[in-house]
Structures are given as structure tokens and as C-alpha cells.
Design a protein around this ligand. Structure first.
Ligand SMILES: O=C(CCCC[C@@H]1SC[C@@H]2NC(=O)N[C@@H]21)Nc1ccc([N+](=O)[O-])cc1
Length: 122
């Protein structure tokens, strides 16, 4: 199997786009433009920072945090970069979206979970 590289432009099943820049062998930053949001605020491109693991740089596992600039919430994504049978790079991810709760009594409802698959943005 070929090498799956995180750097570059990706798009996901929701139509969101992200750009990843490798800052070192394992650490990266970039920006995320979500296609969807649950808040009335206008969507803005938001920064992301993350890491891929040291041990396997062919199909690396990774994690990153998107710190939303337009609403009081953060999303953490974690997953793995794969090369599929057709030689295409695919990021299989799961995420947790934490939004701000006004009171500790509302903490139970403040975290959402889901999955996203990313492919190379042509
Ligand atoms: O809506 C938001 C911020 C934008 C989240 C986009 C999510 S990240 C996981 C998934 N993959 C994507 O590409 N896009 C979606 N924050 C938010 C949500 C709900 C509430 N809330 O109060 O319910 C507050 C803020």
C-alpha cells in the first residue's frame, strides 16, 4: 500500500473543506471551512491544529482540534489516513463537538459525536 500524506486540501461527506500544513514530521496546522453549522452566526474559516503519530508514517493515525471562531464551541477529530484499493487517499474520522453550556446542569447535552470521511479536494 502507498503512503497517505495529510498535507494539502481535503473535502468531506458534508461538503466541508480543510487545508493541512505540516509544521514538522508529526505536527500540523491549517484551516477548516465547515459546510454546516447549528448556530445562527455566519460561518467563518476556523483554525485547526493537530498531530500525527511518530510510529507509522505510511498510513498515520492523527488527531486535531478545530477552534471555531464564529461560535462558542470546539471540535476534536481523530482518525487514520488510508490509501484505498484504487490508490486514493481517504481520511476516516470520528469527532466530538463540544458547545458551551450556560450551566453545569446543561453539561449532559453539550457534546455531539459523529463521523466524517475526507477525500482529496481535486
Ligand atoms: O455548529 C457549530 C460549529 C460548526 C461545527 C461543524 C461540525 S464539526 C463536525 C461536523 N463535520 C463538519 O465538517 N462540520 C460539522 N457549533 C455549535 C453547534 C451547536 C451548538 N448548540 O448550542 O447546540 C453551538 C455551537
Amino acid at each position: 500500500t502507498g503512503k497517505c500524506v495529510l498535507a494539502g486540501n481535503w473535502t468531506n461527506d458534508l461538503g466541508s473543506n480543510m487545508t493541512i500544513i505540516m509544521n514538522s514530521k508529526c505536527n500540523f496546522s491549517g484551516s477548516y471551512s465547515t459546510a454546516v453549522s447549528e448556530t445562527p452566526e455566519k460561518i467563518e474559516k476556523s483554525p485547526l491544529r493537530g498531530s500525527q503519530n511518530y510510529r507509522n508514517l505510511t498510513q498515520p493515525v492523527f488527531g486535531f482540534t478545530v477552534n471555531w471562531t464564529f461560535t462558542d464551541s470546539v471540535t476534536v477529530f481523530t482518525g487514520q489516513c488510508f490509501v484505498d484499493e484504487t490508490g486514493k487517499e481517504v481520511l476516516k474520522t470520528m469527532w466530538l463537538l463540544r458547545s458551551h453550556a450556560d450551566s453545569i446542569k446543561d453539561d449532559w447535552t453539550a457534546t455531539r459525536v459523529g463521523t466524517n470521511v475526507f477525500t482529496r479536494q481535486p
